[in-house]
Design a protein around this ligand. Sequence first.
Ligand code: 0A1
Ligand code: ZN
Length: 887
Amino acid sequence: MRTETPIPIRLADYRPSDHLIDRVALDISLDAHATRVTATLSLRPNPAGRAGADLVLDGEDLTLLSFERDGVALAPDAYTVTDTALILRYPPAEPFTLTIRTQVDPSANTRLMGLYRSNGVYCTQCEADGFRRITYFLDRPDVMAVYTTRIEADREEAPVLLGNGNPIEAGDAGPGRHFAVWHDPHPKPAYLFALVGGRLDRLGGRFTTRDGREVDLGIFVEPGKAERAAYALDAVIRSMAWDETAFGRIYDLDVFNVVAVSDFNMGAMENKGLNIFNDRYVLASPETATDADYAAIEAIIAHEYFHNWSGNRVTCRDWFQLCLKEGLTVFRDQEFSSDMRSRAVHRIGEVRTLRARQFPEDTGPLAHPVRPQQYAEINNFYTATVYEKGAEIVRMLRTLLGPDVFARGMDRYFSECDGTAATVEDFLAAFAAVSGLDLTAFARWYERPGTPVVTVEGEHQAAAGTYTLRFRQDLPSALAQGLGRQPGQEADATPPLVIPVALGLVGPEGVLREAVSDRVHDGVFVLERASDTITFTGVPVAPVASLFRGFSAPVRVAAVATDADRLVLLAHDTDPFNRWQAAQDVAMARLVADARGVDRPMDNAGFVAALATFLDREALSDPAFAALVLTVPSEGDIANTLGQSIDPDAIHRARTDLRRSLGRGLFERLTRLREALADPAGSRFSPDAASAGRRALRNVALDLIAGADPQAGLALAAAQFDAATTMTDRLAALSALALIPGPTRESALSAFAERFAHEPLVLDKWFAIQATIPEADTLDRVRRLQAHPAFAMTNPNRVRSLVGSFSAGNPTQFNRADGAGYDFLAETVIALDPTNPQIAAKLLTGFGSWRMLEPGRQAKAAQSLAAIGARPGLSRDVSDIVGRMQN
Ligand code: 0A1
Ligand code: ZN
């Protein structure tokens, strides 16, 4: 029998809190097993709430030691303690003070929510609802208070004591103990509370804000690793400067600290003035971190810093508004990275991530609106839809309004909503006010799940010199069927979305600049109806339409195009995104045909010739872009394009065939390119985008060479593996070797493990590479690796790199026809659920696309899901996902 489905919380039921908390004074005495917390809360009834209502404070896994009101111990019959709350009956109608003493055991906290210990360091994680695991509180984001925190600890065990805001006092606290007091003047919700206590090294820096504030910067890491924090510190400084110029946002405290911990459920957390990070997004050195790691550190440091305004100064009224801070902050960090690196290359990366993670989510059983209407467990909504599609909505808004009006709208939002807990409506109201536009129809993007499909048909009228484009928008078919509609009916039955279509026409010689339409402004046509037609004049030759330039809307495009059309775009379009897309489309046409088992394989000669011309012209001037053009779509991309009756083995064969064919066709060129792109002897490592681009192209070339001729690939990869001076090159070589069975691979894997035996973050890469080998004995290998001394089920990074890589990154072996991959994931989810339900639920989303599979595999996946669902005592996190997955 399945565990009961948890009761959902609904947006429609939102009510303001009956009470408010203005000030919080915390006194926290750290102890490994018995940490004591005294919370003094200044409360008052909320005029917007219900007068005379009971005060219900949230609490979880707390031991209540004492409870006073206005300095007087409360009689036991004045309050009730339950598993989830402390309830004060008949609270005063005037402001009052509660003093609550609780005790918690940080060492027993394996969920990593609330106060816990990571490698002996005390740290906290309170978003979304972890503060209630520290003390009883109104743990909801619309209750905002000013916090003063006194932290006391053993001086030896925790010489560093950090809190939110600015440090105001420190000193001795009896034999062997010391204390620090932190005060945060900015009112904040409890989810932004943080403290850290531990033995940590500090890399310090300074930043002077535009308004003259001298900010002390500190990156705190495990002892001995401070030099690995240099890139993160540099990224903090660049983020602070960028937010001043790009968004006019200035930092507002005297201190900004970042702490790296090794046990963390997510990437990082934007606690006010005290960001806490998963150490993989802080620590970097050329020997241990890849170029992708450096880029991720830069992006996540920026993301958390940018939250200081989009999230902290303006926070969310309730958790349904999560996209208000997350979508906007992802948009802001994407803009930052685009300014720091190549905008075109970055945009392609953003879209690849969106399509790889968000599109499948939006197509499967876990689909939800960017602003959900209900949830059973909010921790399950930190999703690609809320983050990545949320960012696309903000981007569309900028495309629709233009950069200047958009900037004015952002300013208005920040000034109107500063210090408040806001909603998506507040956000849109700021843009409506500055633009004079009615954004009601645009707001549907927040409410409608599913990736829309836009069908486009073009027709050239040679005699008139005109070109017509007919557009239609539809709900994705699965959703439409869910609503009981027939294909084709959707368009009329559903209010349309507002879809910005950035577009242009391209002829055989280049972009047709004379082609104009009165429906296209600044290169953008706005599709606001279910269907619409636009006409260009000044089109003497049959053109190719370049549609959704820069991926101007998160939709799937259905348009008929020939290889020849696509190759015109690759050669002549001015939009780099669509040039890349054109090459991907040509590749995908072949992959899909092959995976579907067409009788006659498509000819690749024209494609190879076009790629050769492209490489000759551009590979050396923009290697990062060339690397993307040459990258064969992933097995996941192919599955998403096929959409149903997926056979992962057929997809793998198709991709292997195309890799081989392109590698053979371009073999000499790729070999020459690798030589031309080699670092000059003695050159120093730089993580900048240009150097990373050269490494990327060299390593894509290696992959194609190995695909064409495994023996040649083996020799090149083995040599690169031995000679590598960067983790990027060493890992690329190891990845190439991992695809070629035999003793060279095994000895390279051993050498790597030995060299990095004391570098857990590097061993994560080693776990991941092995978990993604597309061979029949990989599952056995993964099971063996679970017993490796460096593996630990208690550490989220280890679990993700071994088990998560297997389920999310190894389509043929996770989806083994015998169902053994599914059984393994189910076992792991069940084993992890009691200690860390959040990570267990995340792993379980590996089943997210199970309904797309061919019937045999679907049946096996359904069995495994049923086995999980039948376990008694599942967490809310896991039962929520398993329940939605089975619907
Ligand atoms: N707000 C963070 C994400 C985050 C959410 C929940 C967490 O709990 C474990 C941790 C972090 C961000 O967007 O970076
Ligand atoms: Zn965020």
